[in-house]
Design a binder for this molecule. Structure first.
Ligand SMILES: *Cc1c(COP(=O)(O)O)cnc(C)c1O
Length: 388
């Protein structure tokens, strides 16, 4: 049976899958688990054909299914999002100075370090926590080779302005789109901008293959190069194009991804409903400022970040601990800033003021959001925020 026939042959879950399963404490995010019964036929197939990895049938089918679902031309599955970033940077031969954001997960800057490039941190915009295009332009030197922006919290960067700066100064653009699965702007995938985009399918992300990730390439030639770089540098079975890493995803994870994809619309719809519930409850709350994404036509509601401003009774740090003490595991993504971490804080660009990033890092708080979160749990979190 082909993977597609297998999927079609799996009966729908009966009774229909309910997404909400109360859990206590409430994690900030939680992986969606497809029904175990639906995973079994995949495992049986894998056991029968003994094809565990190296571009097996489920791997091939997931690449095709994701290209179609996301509306992207060419997608390469990779073992995780960090390796995807490393391979993307290698594919474009990025070195020298790369302009990037301090307000992200450490993997963004680590990938630059791992290819021997120097991160140059630039301040972010208050409205969406993304790299400021004006800040990028001001930081360009003759050593700058590329820009590595992040669509932070799945909110699209100003891709048009960043593209213009890159064109004028002849720079590559690699988007760390780890948070941006399924996000669209102007009716098309946000993953189609820049020279390459990378995503993460880690268990904490909206769409997951347990560990995993992908690179989106604009053309078949670039995809072929990426596919070589994830497979030790092999061209075909015997010829080597150069040294590279093992960045492959296996069949068990690809099968898990195919099942996730079956539920992804329901997962994101549930996240959207939670986001709307938070927004309406928090709209009038003094000192709590949710974000409103700019320019997105479809969001994935990967996170629910708020700013805890000076108007609020306590700091974001205190509020986070208050929530956690009652089992609502809010998290301060992204505090501290990457530029304030060991290994980065001695860089010249890390010693700048970066006033917006530093203020937002102080104020940020991410509230729980995932497909299994109940309305009651949202209301409980809101109740703590209201200090009622
Ligand atoms: C999760 C994440 C990564 C790394 O992805 P992994 O799959 O965990 O390696 C990179 N960048 C950002 C912004 C992330 O949130």
């Amino acid at each position: 049976m082909t993977p597609r026939e297998l999927l079609a042959a799996i009966p729908p879950v009966s009774p229909p899958l309910t997404l909400v399963q109360e859990q206590w404490p409430t994690p900030v995010t939680q992986p969606f688990m497809p029904p175990l019964a639906e995973y079994m036929p995949y495992l049986q197939t894998i056991w029968a054909n003994r094809w565990l990895t190296n571009s097996g049938p489920f791997h091939q089918e997931l690449e095709r299914a994701l290209e179609q679902h996301l509306g992207v031309p060419h997608l390469s599955l990779i073992s995780n999002g960090t390796t995807a970033l490393w391979i993307a940077l290698q594919a474009l031969r990025i070195g020298g100075e790369v302009i990037t954001t301090p307000f992200s997960f450490v993997a963004t800057a680590h990938a630059l370090r791992l290819v021997g490039a120097t991160p140059v941190f630039v301040d972010i915009d208050e409205a969406d926590c993304n790299l400021s295009p004006q800040g990028i332009e001001a930081a360009i030197t003759e050593r700058t080779t590329a820009i590595l922006p992040v669509h932070c919290f799945g909110h699209p960067c100003d891709v048009k302005a960043i593209g213009e700066v890159a064109d004028i100064h002849d720079l590559k653009v690699i988007y760390d789109a780890a948070h941006a699965f399924g996000v669209q702007a102007d009716g098309s995938s946000i993953l189609c901008h820049g020279d390459l985009s990378t995503v993460s399918f880690h268990a904490t992300k909206v769409f997951s293959t347990i560990e995993g990730g992908a690179i989106i390439s604009p053309d078949a030639r670039t995809k072929a190069k990426i596919d070589r770089l994830r497979n030790f540098g092999f061209v075909g079975d015997m010829t080597l194009a150069g040294a590279s890493i093992n960045g492959k995803l296996n069949e068990l994870q690809a099968a898990f991804g195919l099942l996730q994809l079956r539920y992804i619309d329901d997962i994101i719809a549930r996240r959207a409903a939670i986001s709307a519930r938070y927004h309406s409850a928090l709209a009038e709350m003094a000192g709590i400022m949710p974000f409103h994404a700019i320019g997105a036509t479809t969001l994935n509601h990967a996170y629910f970040p708020v700013r805890v401003t000076e108007e609020y009774a306590v700091s974001s740090d205190t509020l986070c601990r208050e929530l956690q003490s009652v089992g609502i595991m809010a998290r301060r993504y992204f505090h501290p800033l990457i530029c304030d971490m060991p290994g980065y804080r001695d860089l010249p660009s890390a010693r700048q003021a970066l006033p917006v990033a530093r203020r937002i890092a102080r104020q940020i708080l991410c509230l729980p959001i995932h497909a299994n979160l109940s309305d009651e749990q949202v209301d409980r979190a809101v109740g703590i925020l209201a200090r009622a």
